[in-house]
Design a protein. Structure first.
Length: 645
């Protein structure tokens, strides 16, 4: 039979333990209870008291473990909810590192992620004392993190710096030394069968790690890997959505620009309207260059000429040098301290016709480049249309100007035709005639500058200008041509007379050795007056009476006395200078002068007589040059006749 007294004693000792355990008393309270029971009861009951105390302590430990596990589970669940709410991968990494350090009560935590080249890179560190760890890369298999990735299993070390079982790397060891890392625990971040990284916690003192800590960190890593994957998917979705919206908006703007440019072309608004539309659509300064890199008038104020020159000189040189052939006609992008530049070639009938230069503060992307290229295509259409209209207008004007200069058409008819050709004979104050390979283009440029008209006539360039002869001469002076400007009175007759006078002036300039010069017909002075009356024989009689015997002697004996005398008088009767100019010895010059005196007589040396002799020599030379065939092209129909505004 059970002892009633013993049973009562057990109930008496057990009840305090149950009460304390039920109340959740701390371990110190249980110890105090044990000491009190031992002190209050008889010695024979002490073994029973100790046994009950051990059972109570065991139950207390189990309850604490359950409580801790429940708390840890709650923390993990709360962390999982918080991680699920994060949509940025970097935010997820930061939160995981912070919670891992808090959950395991460690000095430091960090996360390594696998890279495309199979390396591991430390992306985030929490609790660091510097920046030595962040950004460190190591190969798979190197260090504790590399071992975790290679095996796909958790690993730990009690003291990293003295663990010879790990593969060490100098860069990793140096960073670990800076952070004073000793005990490290690492678990894999896994998505399915793939290890995408490692979650690690560390102490700055040696430490062993329990299975429970490993399990806890592994659970956190599982939540972290899933949250990181979801955040990356969300981030990718956001970026894809934003890119689709951006492309849709870019397409909308491109369509709007295309429609606007189409309306401009159909409405015949011209180059100004096209460039205005491009400036507004691209948010850029626009300049249009022709095939010679000269800026066309578009109303643009940006970019400034000096800034534009700097950009065009960069990289491969100016556009006309870059876009040399069809293979080279891709839009060029250039970056300078003044901004971002895009150069889109303008092509008309498979020929390079110019370039659209755009500058903006933001870089050019594919959409803005396509819009610029669309604008360049439309500008090509505008230029082609303007070119066709201009050529037609030039042909009409060229035909009119040819008829005017020919003098084969009735003046009344010419006046009627002038209105349809946009020409006003009454406005013509000067006729400019030019000779040389660039005579036609130079005449066209002079006509554009003075808002006049030009044509290539009789192999010469001719410009009818509403400007004074002096203004016309000064404008054409830098050109590589020979030119003479003659005044006209605003009637067809005076225009023809001025044209004849300017042509005669050209012959005089060539005869005077002034090829390449530009002159006002009035500047030719006495030469024009003398040769205008040369047909009555006055000049010939003067030359014959003055130096005729000397010229006859040269022709009869093959001597060059007239040339010697001309050089002598030109050099102010200085023997040394004359000898050097003729490349002869001074004694030879004295001998020639003696023979000249024998032919002409000693009187030619007298001052007044010497002037007459010098004029006679000059007129003799000019007459010879003017009489030489080929000094002036024969007039005829205009070759390549063209007008110019």
């Amino acid at each position: 039979m059970p002892d009633p007294a013993g049973t009562a004693s057990q109930h008496a000792t057990a009840s305090p333990w149950l009460k304390l355990l039920a109340e959740g008393a701390p371990l110190t309270a249980l110890e105090e209870c044990r000491h009190r029971l031992v002190a209050d009861q008889a010695p024979e009951t002490h073994p029973a008291v100790e046994a009950e105390a051990r059972r109570a302590l065991h139950v207390h430990a189990l309850l604490e473990a359950r409580t801790r596990q429940a708390a840890e589970t709650a923390v993990l669940n709360d962390l999982a909810r918080r991680l699920a709410a994060l949509h940025a991968p970097q935010d997820v990494l930061d939160e995981v590192a912070a919670q891992a350090r808090r959950l395991l009560g460690t000095d430091l935590s960090y996360i390594m992620l696998a890279q495309d080249d199979a390396a591991l890179r430390i992306e985030v560190v929490d609790g660091s004392i510097g920046s030595a760890l962040r950004g460190v890369e190591l190969a798979r298999g190197v260090g504790l993190g590399g071992l975790v990735v290679r095996t796909g299993q958790p690993h730990w070390c009690a003291d990293y710096r003295h663990d010879d079982h790990l593969t060490h790397a100098a860069t990793v060891d140096a960073a670990a030394a800076v952070e004073q890392l000793r005990g490290i625990l690492g678990v894999p971040l896994r998505l399915g069968e793939e290890t995408i990284g490692v979650l690690l916690v560390a102490q700055r003192v040696p430490r062993t790690w329990t299975d429970h800590q490993t399990t806890l960190l592994t659970a956190l890593a599982a939540h972290a890997a899933l949250a990181l994957h979801n955040a990356e998917l969300f981030d990718r979705h956001q970026r894809t959505t934003a890119e689709l919206r951006r492309r849709a908006e870019a397409d909308r703007r491109a369509v709007a620009l295309h429609q606007r440019l189409t309306h401009i072309v159909l409405g015949g608004a011209g180059l100004h309207a096209v460039t205005d539309a491009l400036r507004e659509a691209l948010g850029a300064g626009i300049t249009v260059l022709d095939a010679h890199d000269t800026a066309l008038a578009t109303g643009a104020t940006d970019p400034a000429p000096d800034t534009l020159a700097t950009a065009l000189a960069a990289d491969t040189g100016p556009p006309a040098a870059c876009f040399t052939g069809p293979a080279d006609r891709a839009t060029r992008l250039r970056d300078t301290p003044d901004g971002h530049w895009a150069l889109a070639p303008v092509v008309v009938a498979d020929e390079y016709a110019g370039c659209v230069v755009a500058r903006r503060h933001q870089p050019f992307d594919a959409n803005t480049v396509r819009s610029l290229e669309t604008g360049a295509t439309v500008i090509g259409l505008v230029l082609a249309s303007e070119r066709a209209a201009t050529e037609a207008e030039r042909r009409v004007r060229g035909e009119y100007l040819t008829a005017l200069l020919d003098g084969t058409t009735d003046d009344a008819v010419l006046l009627r035709r002038a209105r349809s050709g946009g020409i006003d004979p009454a406005a013509v104050r000067t006729v400019l005639v030019l000779d040389g390979p660039q005579a036609g283009p130079a005449a066209a440029r002079a006509a554009r500058h003075h808002q006049g008209w030009s044509v290539e006539y009789g192999g010469l360039g001719v410009a009818l200008l509403p400007a004074t002869p002096a203004e016309a001469r000064d404008r054409v002076a830098p050109e590589p041509v020979t030119a003479v400007a003659a005044p006209a009175g605003g009637t067809i007759a005076t225009i023809r007379a001025a044209h004849r006078r300017a042509r005669s002036g050209l012959r005089l300039l060539h005869a005077l050795g002034r090829t390449g010069a530009a002159a006002d017909s009035d500047e030719l002075g006495i030469y024009e007056a003398l040769f205008s009356n040369a047909g009555d024989g006055t000049l010939d009689r003067f030359v014959t009476a003055t130096i005729g015997p000397l010229a006859d002697h040269d022709r009869a004996h093959g001597t060059r006395f007239t040339e010697t005398l001309d050089a002598y008088l030109t050099h102010a009767s200085r023997h040394t200078a004359t000898a050097e100019a003729l490349h002869i010895h001074p004694n030879t010059l004295y001998q020639r002068l003696a023979k000249i005196s024998a032919v002409l007589g000693e009187g030619w040396k007298k001052p007044g007589r010497a002037v007459e002799v010098q004029w006679a020599l000059r007129l003799h030379r000019l007459s010879h040059r003017l009489a030489t065939p080929g000094t002036e092209p024969d007039p005829g129909t205009a070759k390549g006749a063209r007008g110019a505004d």
